[in-house]
Design a protein. Structure first.
Length: 230
Protein backbone atom coordinates (compact mmCIF):
# COMPACT_ATOMS: atom_id res chain seq x y z
CA UNK A 1 0.00 0.00 0.00
CA UNK A 2 1.36 3.42 -0.92
CA UNK A 3 2.63 5.47 1.98
CA UNK A 4 1.27 8.95 2.66
CA UNK A 5 3.18 12.17 3.15
CA UNK A 6 3.60 13.19 6.75
CA UNK A 7 1.46 16.30 7.09
CA UNK A 8 1.13 18.60 10.05
CA UNK A 9 -1.25 17.54 12.79
CA UNK A 10 -4.87 18.16 11.90
CA UNK A 11 -6.07 21.12 13.93
CA UNK A 12 -9.57 21.16 15.40
CA UNK A 13 -11.78 23.61 13.50
CA UNK A 14 -12.31 27.04 14.94
CA UNK A 15 -15.55 27.39 16.81
CA UNK A 16 -16.94 29.88 14.29
CA UNK A 17 -16.39 27.46 11.37
CA UNK A 18 -19.63 25.71 12.29
CA UNK A 19 -21.16 28.17 14.73
CA UNK A 20 -24.69 27.13 13.77
CA UNK A 21 -24.01 23.66 15.14
CA UNK A 22 -24.80 23.48 18.85
CA UNK A 23 -22.06 20.88 19.34
CA UNK A 24 -19.55 23.75 19.19
CA UNK A 25 -21.00 25.52 22.21
CA UNK A 26 -18.11 25.85 24.69
CA UNK A 27 -16.02 23.61 22.39
CA UNK A 28 -12.60 24.96 23.37
CA UNK A 29 -13.44 24.55 27.05
CA UNK A 30 -15.16 21.17 26.86
CA UNK A 31 -12.71 19.29 24.66
CA UNK A 32 -10.03 19.19 27.36
CA UNK A 33 -12.40 17.87 30.03
CA UNK A 34 -13.93 15.32 27.67
CA UNK A 35 -10.55 14.02 26.51
CA UNK A 36 -9.35 13.58 30.10
CA UNK A 37 -12.51 11.70 31.05
CA UNK A 38 -12.26 9.48 27.97
CA UNK A 39 -8.67 8.44 28.58
CA UNK A 40 -9.35 7.62 32.24
CA UNK A 41 -12.43 5.54 31.46
CA UNK A 42 -10.61 3.75 28.65
CA UNK A 43 -7.74 2.83 30.96
CA UNK A 44 -9.68 1.97 34.12
CA UNK A 45 -12.82 0.25 32.87
CA UNK A 46 -12.76 0.42 29.09
CA UNK A 47 -11.79 -1.40 25.93
CA UNK A 48 -10.72 -0.59 22.40
CA UNK A 49 -12.80 -2.15 19.63
CA UNK A 50 -10.99 -2.35 16.29
CA UNK A 51 -13.22 -2.26 13.22
CA UNK A 52 -11.98 -4.44 10.34
CA UNK A 53 -12.91 -3.87 6.72
CA UNK A 54 -14.56 -6.58 4.61
CA UNK A 55 -14.59 -4.81 1.20
CA UNK A 56 -17.62 -6.98 0.51
CA UNK A 57 -19.28 -4.43 -1.81
CA UNK A 58 -16.19 -4.19 -4.00
CA UNK A 59 -15.78 -7.96 -4.05
CA UNK A 60 -19.44 -8.52 -4.99
CA UNK A 61 -19.31 -5.91 -7.77
CA UNK A 62 -16.26 -7.60 -9.27
CA UNK A 63 -17.98 -10.98 -9.11
CA UNK A 64 -21.12 -9.55 -10.72
CA UNK A 65 -19.19 -8.34 -13.77
CA UNK A 66 -17.35 -11.65 -14.02
CA UNK A 67 -13.97 -10.46 -12.75
CA UNK A 68 -13.53 -13.45 -10.43
CA UNK A 69 -9.72 -13.33 -10.35
CA UNK A 70 -9.62 -9.73 -9.18
CA UNK A 71 -12.42 -10.38 -6.69
CA UNK A 72 -10.40 -13.27 -5.25
CA UNK A 73 -7.32 -11.06 -5.06
CA UNK A 74 -9.16 -8.27 -3.21
CA UNK A 75 -10.67 -10.79 -0.82
CA UNK A 76 -7.28 -12.34 -0.08
CA UNK A 77 -5.58 -8.96 0.41
CA UNK A 78 -8.36 -7.88 2.75
CA UNK A 79 -7.91 -11.01 4.85
CA UNK A 80 -4.12 -10.60 4.96
CA UNK A 81 -4.46 -6.95 5.99
CA UNK A 82 -6.94 -7.80 8.74
CA UNK A 83 -4.70 -10.55 10.10
CA UNK A 84 -1.76 -8.11 10.11
CA UNK A 85 -3.82 -5.55 12.02
CA UNK A 86 -4.86 -8.13 14.62
CA UNK A 87 -1.26 -9.31 15.04
CA UNK A 88 -0.06 -5.74 15.48
CA UNK A 89 -2.57 -4.93 18.22
CA UNK A 90 -2.10 -8.24 20.01
CA UNK A 91 1.64 -7.69 20.10
CA UNK A 92 1.95 -3.94 20.64
CA UNK A 93 -1.23 -2.68 22.32
CA UNK A 94 -1.13 -2.88 26.11
CA UNK A 95 -3.14 0.14 27.24
CA UNK A 96 -6.47 -1.65 27.67
CA UNK A 97 -8.26 -4.79 26.44
CA UNK A 98 -8.70 -4.88 22.65
CA UNK A 99 -11.30 -6.65 20.52
CA UNK A 100 -11.87 -6.97 16.78
CA UNK A 101 -15.10 -6.86 14.77
CA UNK A 102 -16.13 -6.66 11.12
CA UNK A 103 -17.64 -3.46 9.76
CA UNK A 104 -20.88 -5.42 9.10
CA UNK A 105 -21.50 -5.30 12.86
CA UNK A 106 -21.10 -1.53 13.25
CA UNK A 107 -24.77 -1.04 14.12
CA UNK A 108 -24.50 -3.68 16.85
CA UNK A 109 -21.46 -1.91 18.32
CA UNK A 110 -23.26 1.44 18.23
CA UNK A 111 -26.15 0.01 20.24
CA UNK A 112 -24.03 -2.01 22.70
CA UNK A 113 -25.08 -5.38 21.31
CA UNK A 114 -21.72 -7.10 21.62
CA UNK A 115 -22.64 -10.78 21.72
CA UNK A 116 -21.23 -13.01 18.97
CA UNK A 117 -19.56 -10.26 16.96
CA UNK A 118 -15.86 -10.48 17.82
CA UNK A 119 -13.33 -12.28 15.64
CA UNK A 120 -10.22 -14.20 16.64
CA UNK A 121 -6.81 -14.31 14.98
CA UNK A 122 -8.15 -16.61 12.26
CA UNK A 123 -10.79 -13.97 11.35
CA UNK A 124 -13.57 -16.26 12.56
CA UNK A 125 -16.38 -14.96 14.75
CA UNK A 126 -15.80 -16.56 18.13
CA UNK A 127 -18.72 -16.58 20.58
CA UNK A 128 -16.35 -17.22 23.49
CA UNK A 129 -14.83 -13.74 23.10
CA UNK A 130 -16.81 -11.52 25.47
CA UNK A 131 -16.35 -7.81 26.14
CA UNK A 132 -17.69 -6.67 29.51
CA UNK A 133 -16.25 -3.15 29.38
CA UNK A 134 -18.57 -0.38 30.55
CA UNK A 135 -16.96 2.08 28.13
CA UNK A 136 -15.33 1.57 24.76
CA UNK A 137 -13.88 3.47 21.85
CA UNK A 138 -13.50 2.43 18.22
CA UNK A 139 -10.24 2.35 16.23
CA UNK A 140 -9.82 1.71 12.52
CA UNK A 141 -7.91 2.61 9.41
CA UNK A 142 -9.58 5.60 7.81
CA UNK A 143 -9.73 9.33 7.23
CA UNK A 144 -9.12 12.21 9.60
CA UNK A 145 -11.71 14.96 9.09
CA UNK A 146 -11.59 18.68 9.58
CA UNK A 147 -14.70 17.93 11.57
CA UNK A 148 -18.01 19.73 11.34
CA UNK A 149 -18.90 18.21 14.72
CA UNK A 150 -17.75 19.58 18.03
CA UNK A 151 -18.51 17.97 21.37
CA UNK A 152 -21.67 15.99 20.73
CA UNK A 153 -23.92 14.93 23.61
CA UNK A 154 -25.22 11.37 23.75
CA UNK A 155 -28.75 12.54 23.00
CA UNK A 156 -27.54 14.26 19.80
CA UNK A 157 -25.13 11.51 18.72
CA UNK A 158 -27.61 9.20 16.91
CA UNK A 159 -28.56 12.04 14.55
CA UNK A 160 -25.10 13.61 14.17
CA UNK A 161 -23.74 13.70 10.61
CA UNK A 162 -20.13 14.47 9.70
CA UNK A 163 -20.07 17.17 7.01
CA UNK A 164 -16.42 18.11 7.33
CA UNK A 165 -13.68 17.56 4.77
CA UNK A 166 -11.43 14.50 4.79
CA UNK A 167 -7.86 15.76 5.19
CA UNK A 168 -5.79 12.55 5.06
CA UNK A 169 -5.80 8.78 5.31
CA UNK A 170 -4.23 7.43 8.49
CA UNK A 171 -3.32 4.09 10.04
CA UNK A 172 -5.48 4.62 13.12
CA UNK A 173 -8.40 6.94 13.76
CA UNK A 174 -10.27 6.80 17.08
CA UNK A 175 -14.02 7.36 17.39
CA UNK A 176 -16.70 7.04 20.03
CA UNK A 177 -19.30 4.28 19.82
CA UNK A 178 -21.43 6.37 17.46
CA UNK A 179 -18.40 6.52 15.16
CA UNK A 180 -17.85 10.23 15.74
CA UNK A 181 -14.19 11.23 15.53
CA UNK A 182 -12.63 12.33 18.82
CA UNK A 183 -10.89 15.66 19.35
CA UNK A 184 -7.56 16.88 20.65
CA UNK A 185 -6.01 16.74 23.15
CA UNK A 186 -6.97 13.04 23.03
CA UNK A 187 -4.38 11.28 20.81
CA UNK A 188 -7.13 10.31 18.38
CA UNK A 189 -5.14 9.35 15.29
CA UNK A 190 -1.87 7.84 14.18
CA UNK A 191 -0.29 8.83 10.90
CA UNK A 192 0.94 6.37 8.28
CA UNK A 193 -0.88 3.72 6.30
CA UNK A 194 1.55 0.92 5.45
CA UNK A 195 0.32 -2.49 6.57
CA UNK A 196 3.94 -3.68 6.70
CA UNK A 197 4.65 -1.07 9.38
CA UNK A 198 1.36 -1.40 11.21
CA UNK A 199 2.98 -2.76 14.35
CA UNK A 200 5.07 0.41 14.58
CA UNK A 201 1.95 2.58 14.30
CA UNK A 202 0.15 0.61 17.01
CA UNK A 203 3.19 0.75 19.29
CA UNK A 204 3.40 4.52 18.92
CA UNK A 205 -0.35 4.87 19.44
CA UNK A 206 -0.13 2.81 22.62
CA UNK A 207 2.67 5.04 23.94
CA UNK A 208 0.73 8.23 23.20
CA UNK A 209 -2.26 6.87 25.10
CA UNK A 210 -0.04 5.91 28.05
CA UNK A 211 1.61 9.34 28.08
CA UNK A 212 -1.71 11.19 27.94
CA UNK A 213 -3.12 9.01 30.71
CA UNK A 214 -0.05 9.55 32.89
CA UNK A 215 -0.59 13.31 32.70
CA UNK A 216 -4.30 13.09 33.52
CA UNK A 217 -4.78 9.98 35.70
CA UNK A 218 -5.88 12.02 38.72
CA UNK A 219 -8.64 13.80 36.81
CA UNK A 220 -12.11 13.51 38.35
CA UNK A 221 -14.97 13.84 35.89
CA UNK A 222 -17.50 16.51 36.93
CA UNK A 223 -21.18 15.59 36.59
CA UNK A 224 -21.85 18.28 33.98
CA UNK A 225 -19.78 16.54 31.27
CA UNK A 226 -21.24 13.04 31.70
CA UNK A 227 -23.62 13.61 28.80
CA UNK A 228 -20.59 13.84 26.49
CA UNK A 229 -18.91 10.61 27.65
CA UNK A 230 -20.38 7.47 26.08
Amino acid sequence: MVGLSQEDDTKPPKVNNYKADSSFNDFNKLRFSVAKAQINLLKKEGALLVRLKTNVNTINRLKTVGNIDLATQVERETQLNNKAIIRAYNKEFKFCPVYFFYSDYSDSVKHKRLDNIFVDSTLSINSSIVCSATFYLIAEQGSVYDSSLGIVSESQAPKAVEKGTSSKEVAIIVKNRYFIQLHKPFPFYQQGYSIKKYGEFVKKFNKELQDFYAKNSSYVMPPEIKEFIY
